[in-house]
Write a protein that binds this ligand. Structure first.
Ligand code: ARG
Length: 492
């Protein structure tokens, strides 16, 4: 249909290679509403007549109601297919005018911007749900003592709420990245035409308003060329997916029989075809894998855009599947993770039992010696030696005797005098509850800090919820208005 200069039809293999139809289905809706707004503007500017507009809108409405009527066989892309359908229905006299002052170059990026802004809103809403679920679980697990790990070795004691809130904080940053990206995505490129604008008297602001954009990508070269906001979106997804992968990995480890800290709900577990006892964390494993998949898509997106000259090049078409699939994968992973967190069964008893016998209280004991005036280096040596003695007996530090303490002090000889009874008493008294209560720095696991972090997270969540809700309503409101305007013209 676009072949005004080239002769005959396109080579079949080339057409198959070139066609983006397969990935265009997800932008068909946006192509329709974009075309409606553009056609309405053409009529309002006196470029097409009311009668012509009505014919175009009737065809577009038909396609909106039943997308299957748009014949895609042999089409290079959905823009071509939709225009061909409109011409078939409305006739060349009217339908042939729809592409006035427009190009596929501003059209495709318009569609992608509308698709991605919807995806960003969906992603943000899902992230808010996930963070909400984490905060709720944190509230129930402020007293759930557990070891915190560095190098996957027990480090210090903490609480489950403390770790869950650490995920929430990381996810808040992921949310903020997506949230801010929306502002750069929701700008209209429509009317930039092929690259250099048009001599026809169009009104770009009108189409931007009709489609719910916050403003214009003013420069027509920029509007048709730039994809930075899309790259930014995939980069945000990629970073988010690494946060999710960390959560997934923690939960996978904690749900092993060896740890037994948590159990996944059956709805979020899979089983083995061979081993009847198995309850596998497959959904979490796929969340973990998505971090690699999305990172791969980010590399593709950067590679495709790197080194392109200004102006549309067909390379940009290959961004679409990368972007759409990264988006679908990330939103899916967030939703799965929300369900996992919400339904997570926590074995506080098991976590406490492990905490009670853990040497992860060593630093707390050392800090008590520091409070007595010992240099930290001495304290580090003393507690290290205590742990060695306890480990030799295969006993926890609570079973350290005065004799053990005396032997250690004889060997280490601290700068400041310390009695063996006192050392043994400090070591024995360091229960998990005390270890956690003593931690007083901002952001540490003590109960007051947990309460404050939970409160702050709730306030922040409410702010994002209001913001995302407002944006979603604004876009939906604009599209509802557009539908009303379409009806008004059709009835005119
Ligand atoms: N199918 C193309 C894409 O997805 C649409 C734009 C084609 N423009 C062009 N001048 N060939 O990017």
């Amino acid at each position: 249909m676009y072949r005004s200069l080239p002769k005959g039809t396109m080579d079949e293999d080339v057409l198959a290679f070139l066609s983006s139809i397969q990935h265009d289905q997800s932008i068909l809706y946006y192509d329709i509403v974009g075309s409606e707004a553009h056609s309405i503007m053409l009529k309002e500017q006196g470029i097409i007549s009311l009668e012509e507009l009505k014919k175009i809108l009737a065809a577009l409405e038909e396609a909106k109601k039943n997308p299957a009527v748009v014949e895609t066989e042999g089409a290079e892309d959905i823009h071509e297919a939709l225009e061909a359908f409109v011409i078939k229905q409305a006739g060349m006299g009217a339908g042939g005018k729809m592409h006035t002052a427009r190009s596929r170059n501003d059209q495709v990026v318009l569609d992608m911007r509308m698709k991605v802004r919807d995806d960003i809103n969906a992603l943000c809403a899902s992230l808010i749900d996930l963070i909400g679920a984490l905060v709720k679980q944190a509230g129930k697990n402020r007293d759930a003592a557990m070891p915190l790990y560095t190098h996957t070795q027990q480090g210090q004691l903490g609480t489950l709420s403390h770790v869950l809130l650490s995920y929430a904080d990381a996810l808040f940053r992921d949310l903020e990245r997506a949230y801010l990206c929306f502002g750069r995505i929701n700008q209209s490129p429509l009317g930039a035409c092929a690259i250099g604008g048009t001599s026809i008297n169009i009104d770009r602001k009108r189409t931007a308003v009709l489609l719910g954009f916050d403003g214009l990508v003013r420069n027509s070269v920029d509007a048709t060329t730039s994809r930075d906001a899309f790259v930014e979106y995939v980069a945000s997804l990629s970073i988010l997916s690494t946060t999710l992968a960390r959560m997934a990995e923690d939960l996978i480890i904690w749900s092993t029989a060896e740890f037994g800290f948590v159990e996944l709900d059956d709805r979020f577990s899979s089983t083995s075809s061979a081993m009847p006892q198995k309850k596998n964390p497959d959904p979490l494993e796929l969340v973990r894998a998505k971090a690699a998949v999305i990172a791969g898509r980010l590399v593709s997106v950067l590679g495709i855009t790197k080194g392109l000259p200004s102006g549309y090049s067909r390379d940009l078409q290959d961004l679409k599947p990368q972007l759409l699939e990264a988006s679908t994968a990330a939103i899916g992973a967030v939703r799965v993770m929300k369900g996992v967190v919400e339904t997570l069964k926590v074995n506080k008893k098991r976590m406490l039992a492990v905490s009670k016998t853990s040497y992860a209280i060593s630093l707390d004991i050392a800090e008590q010696l520091v409070a007595k005036g010992l240099p930290f280096r001495n304290a580090h040596k003393i507690v290290g030696a205590l742990v060695a003695r306890a480990a030799a007996k295969e006993a926890p530090l609570s079973e350290i005797t005065v004799k053990d303490a005396a032997a250690v002090l004889k060997k280490v000889r601290p700068e400041k005098k310390l009695g063996a009874e006192e050392l043994a008493r400090i070591a024995k008294g360091m229960t998990p509850a005390r270890s956690i209560a003593l931690r007083r720095s901002a952001g540490s696991p003590n109960k007051k800090e947990q309460d404050e972090m939970i409160k702050a997270a709730r306030t922040k969540l409410a702010g994002y919820e209001a913001g995302v809700g407002k944006r979603t309503k604004f876009v939906q409101g604009a599209l509802d208005n557009l539908a009303k305007t379409v009806d008004k013209y059709l009835a005119a």
